[in-house]
Design a protein around this ligand. Structure first.
Ligand code: 9MR
Length: 481
């Protein structure tokens, strides 16, 4: 049943309330500040899931209103998992995932895809192939290829492999109750990354797991992850990120600094660390008896996670596993409760203030982003509804860094200053060239070779061209005659 609450509660952001209480003068800008604005200014993504209730149109109107106002990255709670997307062999259902992608595009929200290869939420027809290695490899490859191809260019990042490490703290893969590991062996992980990359070479690809916020001591899950990332990188397996789920509880005070240590270890391997499923729960029995000091403590831990996130240059996304305590897997499946930023009445908790305070304490000029300009400001797909509510994403006035420049002569685009050491193909001095019309719609894409790109198939007219060499983008208006 849809519960309807008054929208007036959310129309007054928390800061307004605090400022009023503190007697501060409030300017219009501060009153409108949201997490997503501050995140965007810092080149970061902060967000939460869309709960299954949202997909089923069974959620309070406050949910979506807050979600799109406050956050700029989203993930589906259950709707893009294997059992949801391929309920019967080779019969795919993208309806709910498409609903989320449409919503994300309309609201300029980045999409994480969760999850491709996972031992859980696998449909029975897959389990029927238990132990049949060749068949399971074909099933996994087909699944990954079709799902990732369907969402190519729309899902920015995938949890390619989820929760593949066992819980025995013996630094090894999960070898039981995993149809993939038992049938295929550890090579299912490597293959999953390769197949995902083949289907969408631009997507970021993560290994995602829980209990990796518990430090890097020998035998820990986190140190095993770091070892595997080393191996993957050494073998050219296309992993770009690790996700630490971080389902913790109020007593777990050391976890923020453990996450910092993990980020630093991964930075050495040129891999991003994302917080992908954060919640900080209270023991379930405490519900109804929590004091202001308890909520302040929860806020304090949120604050420390946000501080770490903003201070470590190879962290990109901060995703919570829910928006409101009214809809959280903690109450349904865990002995925990009230782990999120908003309470059951959609009122922001001290944890919300802590996140905002951390963002404000880390000025945009000091926060580094692991993302290129293309990722931070992706071109919009107008056909998919991405142009509904704002101005074009491509700003011809954007300034190129590091001296890259482009010039059009006839139908050839000449590019100088490509960062060869970082370009996808240093030998041929290559860069990716995207052409957009003046409304920001992508119309043509190619790869430059030897510093030039052929634009002969494009009709006469005024366009915006973006050249990206793997580390830097330049955006320029061109006239094709
Ligand atoms: O929140 C999800 C819940 O609705 C499902 O019943 C559950 C089934 O496995 O999955 C929950 O989400 C999990 C996520 O996909 C992976 N990490 C742990 C999350 C919480 O269980």
């Amino acid at each position: 049943m849809k519960k309807i609450h008054s929208l007036s509660r959310i129309a007054l952001p928390r800061i307004t309330l605090c400022a009023a209480i503190l007697g501060m003068g409030l300017n219009a800008h501060a009153a409108d500040e949201t997490i997503r604005q501050l995140a965007k200014e810092r080149g970061r993504f902060i967000g939460t899931i869309l709960n299954s209730e949202w997909f089923n149109d069974d959620i309070e109107p406050e949910f979506e209103e807050i979600h799109k106002t406050q956050f700029n990255v989203v993930v589906a709670e259950n709707e893009m998992k294997f059992d949801a997307t391929e309920p019967n062999e080779d019969e795919f259902n993208f309806e709910k995932g498409d609903k989320m992608v449409k919503y994300a595009l309309a609201n300029n929200i980045r999409v994480r895809g969760h999850a491709l290869a996972w031992h859980s939420q696998v449909p029975n027809w897959v389990n029927n192939y238990k132990g049949q290695k060749e068949k399971l490899l074909a099933v996994l490859k087909n699944h990954i290829t079709k799902v990732v191809t369907h969402y190519k260019g729309k899902v920015a990042e995938w949890d390619v492999v989820n929760e593949a490490i066992n819980d025995d703290y013996n630094a090894d893969w999960r070898s039981t109750n995993s149809v993939w590991y038992e049938g295929i062996g550890a090579e299912f992980l490597d293959s999953a990354f390769v197949w995902t990359h083949e289907a969408d070479p631009d997507a970021e690809l993560c290994y995602n797991d829980y209990s990796i916020e518990w430090g890097l001591r020998e035998g820990s899950k986190a140190s095993f992850v770091v070892e595997q990332v080393k191996r993957w990188k050494a073998n050219n397996i296309p992993i770009t990120c690790v996700g630490t789920q971080t389902h913790i509880e109020i007593a777990h005070e050391t976890t923020p600094q453990n996450v910092r240590a993990l980020a630093k270890a991964l930075a050495e391997l040129n891999v991003t660390l994302n917080i992908t499923e954060l919640d900080i729960g209270f023991p379930k029995g405490s519900a109804g008896n929590l004091s202001a000091a308890d909520y302040a403590k929860q806020g304090h831990i949120y604050r420390q996670f946000m501080d770490v996130f903003l201070e470590e240059p190879n962290m990109g996304e901060f995703v919570m596993w829910g928006l409101t305590d009214a809809h959280s897997w903690l109450d349904e499946q865990q002995g925990k409760t009230e782990g999120l930023l908003y309470d059951k009445q959609y009122k922001p908790k001290p944890a919300y203030d802590s996140v905002m305070a951390s963002l404000k304490a880390h000025p945009a000029s000091e926060v580094k982003t692991p993302y290129s300009e293309t990722i931070l400001n992706p071109p919009k797909d107008c056909d998919a509804g991405g142009c509904g509510d704002s101005t074009i994403a491509i700003m011809p006035s954007a300034v190129a860094k590091k001296g890259m420049s482009v010039q059009i002569a006839g139908r050839t685009l000449f590019i100088t200053g490509i960062a060869t050491e970082k370009s996808a193909n240093a030998a041929s001095n290559a860069a990716k060239v995207d052409v957009f019309d003046m409304q920001g719609r992508p119309i043509y894409s190619t790869q430059s070779a030897n510093g030039a790109a052929d634009l002969s198939t494009i009709a006469e007219g005024l366009y915006v061209v973006r050249v990206h060499d793997g580390s830097t983008s330049i955006v320029k208006k061109i006239s094709i005659k």
